[in-house]
Design a protein around this ligand. Structure first.
Ligand SMILES: [Cu+2]
Length: 249
């Protein structure tokens, strides 16, 4: 028995020496990694819980969120050398369905990535009903062609439905989309500091719901009912959207 070990040990040492660095991962070549994206939703820095959490609008109303669903498109990472890496063409998020809160990880090349970008909503010419993945939830985002909802020519998609209650008995329904056939989607580019070398990372995108209601336009729920036929209201929300998204680094 003892002599068996004596004979075996030198062999084992030789194997370790020959295989050397590779066995212990000391390879200096950077390796590809995987990246996913997750979406979280805040009101005044507090995580939103549907029907429960209470938040404050700049106009002075407390509000509770009852429905939140939206579509983002052209989700991509930008490498420090300028290369743009597409993560997903479009993604539907529903606060009520955890399965929609993440974009599945994809494999990307090693290196440093400096921004995550996407479009809130769907760019004008691409906003044609049926062009996105055909799931019941996505199909349900339909923006009808009939005026005053659309431009009377083509069925499109809502960008977002953000609904809730405010004050003692008020309700609000913020439906973003192509009112009158206009394009009120907007690009979002968020700085990140992401090093990929064999690692697995998730980028968390935060939507700050209170920011839809301010910066630069103070949005008073009492001034707005259904806004699907209101291009002016869509433009205000588009402008406010510039401070809605952030990434935790
Ligand atoms: Cu609507």
């Amino acid at each position: 028995m003892f002599s068996n070990i004596q004979r075996f040990l030198p062999c084992l040492l030789l194997i370790l020496l020959v295989s050397g660095c590779d066995l212990f991962g000391g390879n200096d070549d950077p390796e590809e990694g995987v990246v996913g994206v997750s979406f979280e939703h805040y009101g005044n820095e507090q995580i939103v819980t549907l029907e429960q959490s209470s938040h404050q609008s700049e106009a002075g109303h407390s509000f509770t969120v009852t429905l939140l669903e939206y579509i983002v498109t052209d989700i991509a990472l930008t490498h420090e050398d300028g290369t743009v890496v597409s993560l997903k063409g479009s993604h539907y998020v529903n606060k009520d369905n955890p399965d929609t809160w993440t974009i599945a990880s994809i494999t990307i090349a090693p290196g440093t990535y400096t921004s995550l970008s996407f479009r809130f909503g769907i760019e004008g010419s691409e906003n044609v009903f049926g062009a996105l993945e055909r799931t019941l939830a996505v199909d349900n985002m339909i923006w009808p062609m009939m005026m005053p909802m659309g431009d009377g020519t083509t069925e499109r998609y809502h960008y977002m439905r953000f609904e809730g209650r405010y004050g003692t008995d008020g309700t609000f329904r913020i439906h973003n989309g192509p009112s009158g056939g206009g394009d009120y989607s907007f690009p979002v580019s968020l700085p990140i500091d992401l090093e990929i070398d064999g690692n697995s990372e998730t980028i968390q995108v935060d939507m700050h719901l209170d920011q839809w209601l301010t910066g630069p336009n103070v949005w008073d729920f009492t001034d707005y009912g259904m806004i699907m036929g209101n291009p002016g209201a869509q433009a205000l929300l588009q402008a406010n959207g510039s401070t809605v998204f952030a990434v935790k680094n």
